[in-house]
Design a protein around this ligand. Structure first.
Ligand code: C2E
Ligand code: MG
Ligand code: MG
Length: 533
């Protein structure tokens, strides 16, 4: 991934890390607020229902008692005494009296000294009770009362009594409505009749409707329902308050995520900076792995493998830092450093051994950069060596662009350098494409050597690769040879060269020189001179 892409992705992830917990906090706050406000509306509606049931029950009991004892003489002093007792003994009834032709003729309040017209009946229940819902009496002209008349007796109650529920929010709407004709027996605030429809056959229901959270509760005894509606702005307010409480948690979680992401991103970003630093501080060095001629077992060259020991002593694998260097335009500087190191390590040896080659790994970017040939020639001049002393190892990836591949391999070969195709078999180059390039060697990838004699499906592939190399007229170097059996197998099938732990692990150049002194050098068959077409 490119650096800018990494930064963009990190930024996006960081924004998500901050945004997501906040969004979740706000959403959760909204959800919790809705639960709380719905419960509150339901509580109000149940309280209203409870109070109206209690009122109705007191009214019914009081009137039943009067009818039983004083039906014949409803305004007798005994009856009026009874009325006063009922009045005193009930918490909801303001007064109780006798009605004749719409007139309150005697009552617990005024004895028999009145004939008060109660006005028209607003609502008649299925059970025969008559409701007047807005009656004003001379003793309290500003107040409105409900009069419930049952069989010539009437109870007077404060209009607000059933809905006189102590609500913390002043503008909560409360009502007790008749389910027979939707009329309001008592109500306060904004109440919509259509809310009753939502009840259906249920006992209670709660829902959000536009600007309100509404709860409706049905009476178990009468055809009435209690309604409570809490304005939605309380929900918003509660939601905001909750969000403010949850937000710090969301922010802390987001910040922790961002720190973790930045830490990881910084670590990734830190490698290129560390590579630059490592170049300055000379932290890179080379190890050389001997390449032998399979017929004689003698050393004919070596592959230079880059190593990075960081200041803290940690040894980093090229499999980690080479790809990072490739992505960050640092590989050309690393290749230049490899050449400098070859000059430093092997310069005098190569000038004395014109047939000995050192294989250098080059990356696709080296191919695109203009300075590769100049750097190679400068290295040769510094070593007083010839182009046969250096071989360039290029992976199939490095040959992806046919134009560049053809031009660069051509130029390098004309200058006398040998070119090997590295890790062969792991890419997708077609035979015809490879045929069109000027190459000298084919390095058979270690994975195919490993498979030799194992019976694995890939164990046959090595034979095809050998045939292909022969068809292309390329000489072969087998990589990763670890056993005698593998070496013998390859030798018998005409593979000329090999490298691997069987012949020697990567080592310092001084060790390599000692190794050559012990095992001998294949001087007669230089890698380069006889290879190619
Ligand atoms: P490569 O060029 O294919 O190098 C061969 C790898 O196989 C080396 O790993 C070597 O140590 C390992 N190897 C050799 N013989 C055996 C064996 O018998 N058994 C096993 N298991 N492994 C063996 P290393 O040094 O870790 O390098 C890995 C890769 O890093 C190289 O693969 C090459 O692609 C890249 N690399 C190394 N040095 C450089 C360099 O200077 N420049 C560039 N561009 N790439 C490099
Ligand atoms: Mg290589
Ligand atoms: Mg290889």
């Amino acid at each position: 991934m490119k650096k800018t892409a990494v930064v963009l992705v990190a930024l996006l992830v960081a924004l998500t890390a901050i945004g997501l917990p906040i969004w979740l906090a706000v959403r959760e706050a909204g959800r919790q607020a809705l639960v709380v406000e719905t419960a509150r509306a339901m509580e109000y509606a149940r309280t209203v229902m409870y109070r109206s049931e209690a009122t109705a029950s007191q009214v019914a009991t009081g009137i039943a008692r009067l009818r039983k004892l004083h039906a014949r003489a409803p305004c007798s002093s005994a009856s009026i005494d009874e009325m006063r007792q009922i009045d005193l003994g009930s918490s909801y009834i303001q007064a109780i009296g006798h009605v004749r032709d719409g007139l309150l003729v005697c009552s617990s309040m005024a004895g028999d000294a009145m004939d008060f017209p109660l006005g028209q009946v607003d609502y008649r229940s299925a059970g025969g009770a008559l409701f007047r819902t807005n009656v004003h009496f001379p003793f309290a002209p500003q107040r409105s009362f409900i009069v419930i008349e049952i069989t010539d007796f009437a109870a007077i109650i404060h209009k607000d009594l059933p809905i006189d529920v102590a609500a913390t929010e002043p503008d909560v709407s409360l009502a007790i409505l008749s389910l027979e004709d939707d009329s309001a027996i008592a109500s306060r605030g904004h109440v919509e009749r259509r809310w009753l429809e939502r009840l259906g056959t249920r006992r209670e229901v709660a829902f959000a409707d536009g600007g309100h959270i509404v709860a409706v509760v049905r009476s178990p005894l009468y055809m009435t329902a209690a309604v409570a509606a809490v304005p939605a702005r309380y929900l918003e307010q509660r939601s905001r308050d909750l969000a403010m409480r949850l937000l710090p948690i969301g922010l802390i979680a987001g910040a922790a995520l961002v720190v973790a992401i930045l830490f990881l991103a910084r670590q990734q970003m830190a490698i290129p900076a560390a590579i630059r630093w490592g170049l300055k501080r000379d932290e890179f060095f080379l190890e050389y792995q001997p390449v032998v001629a399979l017929q004689s077992g003698k050393v004919c060259g070596a592959e230079a493998l880059l190593r990075w020991r960081r200041a803290e002593g940690e040894l980093v694998s090229p499999e980690i830092f080479v790809p990072v260097a490739e992505q960050n335009h640092l590989i050309v500087r690393l290749t230049r450093r490899v050449l400098e190191l070859v000059v430093r390590d092997a310069g005098s040896f190569l000038s004395r051994n014109p047939d000995f080659h050192v294989g250098i790994n080059v990356s696709p970017a080296d191919f695109h950069a203009s300075g590769l040939l100049d750097s190679l020639e400068a290295a040769l001049r510094a070593m007083k060596a010839g182009p046969a002393n250096l071989m360039l190892e290029i992976t199939e990836r490095g040959l992806l662009d046919p134009m560049v591949a053809r031009e660069t391999t051509g130029t390098l070969r004309r200058s006398g350098f040998a070119i090997a195709i590295d890790d062969f078999g792991t890419g997708y180059s077609s035979l015809s494409y490879l045929e069109s390039l000027e190459l000298d060697y084919l390095k058979i990838d270690r994975s195919f050597i490993e498979a030799i004699g194992t019976g694995a499906p890939t164990s046959q592939v090595v034979q095809h690769i050998i045939r292909m190399a022969e068809d292309l007229g390329l000489r072969m170097i087998a990589e990763g040879v670890e056993s005698r059996a593998q070496a013998e197998f390859l030798r018998q099938r005409g593979v000329q060269y090999a490298q691997g732990w069987l012949f020697g692990k990567p080592m310092s150049f001084q060790e390599l020189v000692r190794h050559i002194e012990q095992h001998g050098q294949a001087a007669a068959t230089p890698l380069h001179a006889t290879g190619g077409r």
